[in-house]
Design a protein around this ligand. Structure first.
Ligand SMILES: [Zn+2]
Length: 242
């Protein structure tokens, strides 16, 4: 294999590896607009759920308290009647004490019932203002999810192609050239094979000796940047579309 062929193989590997990491990043990162829609949806969903749960708890408490208050009112009625039939002071003071006790209990329950009514109003208000997702919003969100799914599927398909091409280039390069590349990659990834930029290295921007620039153009053997030790190539001889 000539140095030029080996160089072409290494450049192909670098470009395929770039493409692979770009595709993986794209596949794993939902677009910002979709992420925002998802957050908005789940936040509203959570708030709505919390408000409904609170409303239910308040309604249950309200029903219980109302029953208890009704029972206390009956008791009060009973003691009031007793009060009108007492025959001595001892009986009177006993009934008055019972009545006081019932009144105190009733007052506590009535106060809480009032509080519950206000809390229920607040809960109803937030349920109404949060509302359900409108059909337009739902449509927008589902469309964003669908196009993201399609994009991910396309990424997966392209990744499969890239993997296949990588295997093909690896086969063409052979074991010893591949071992050399792997060593270079291990120490210089994700940019091990870089184009020159005029008379500089495009990775570290260090100036290259004129003789080195000439050698890179000649492609008679592999040339490395003096500063960052990356493998250099002339982009005019190995254009990205090739
Ligand atoms: Zn460099």
């Amino acid at each position: 294999m000539t140095a030029r062929e080996q160089m072409a193989g290494y450049i192909a590997l670098q470009r395929l590896l770039d493409r692979r990491s770009m595709l993986k990043r794209e596949r794993d990162t939902p677009p910002e607009a979709l992420a925002a829609l998802r957050t908005q949806f789940s936040e509203r969903h959570d708030k709505l759920h919390a408000a409904r749960t609170q409303r239910e708890a308040l309604q249950t408490e309200q029903a219980t308290l109302q029953r208890e208050a009704d029972a206390l009112r009956e008791e009060r009625e009973h003691f009031r009647k007793q009060k009108s039939h007492v025959t001595n002071m001892k009986q009177l003071s006993a009934v008055v004490s019972e009545l006081d006790h019932v009144e105190t209990q009733l007052k506590t329950k009535e106060d809480r019932l009032l509080e519950i009514m206000q809390q229920l109003e607040t809960a109803e208000g937030s349920i109404a203002s949060l509302g359900e997702e409108s059909p337009e919003e739902k449509g927008l969100r589902e469309q964003a999810e669908a196009s993201w799914n399609a994009r991910r599927t396309a990424c997966e398909a392209e990744l499969t192609n890239v993997e296949r091409e990588l295997r093909s280039v690896q086969r063409q390069l052979g074991e010893s050239a591949m071992n050399r590349f792997k060593k270079l990659w291990a120490s210089r990834k994700p940019n091990a094979v870089v184009p020159t930029e005029g008379t500089a290295c495009s990775a570290c921007h260090g100036d290259l000796r004129p003789s080195l620039v000439q050698l890179v153009r000649a492609v008679e053997e592999l040339q490395f940047c003096d500063h960052c030790r990356r493998l250099l190539y002339d982009p005019e001889q190995f254009p990205a579309s090739a």
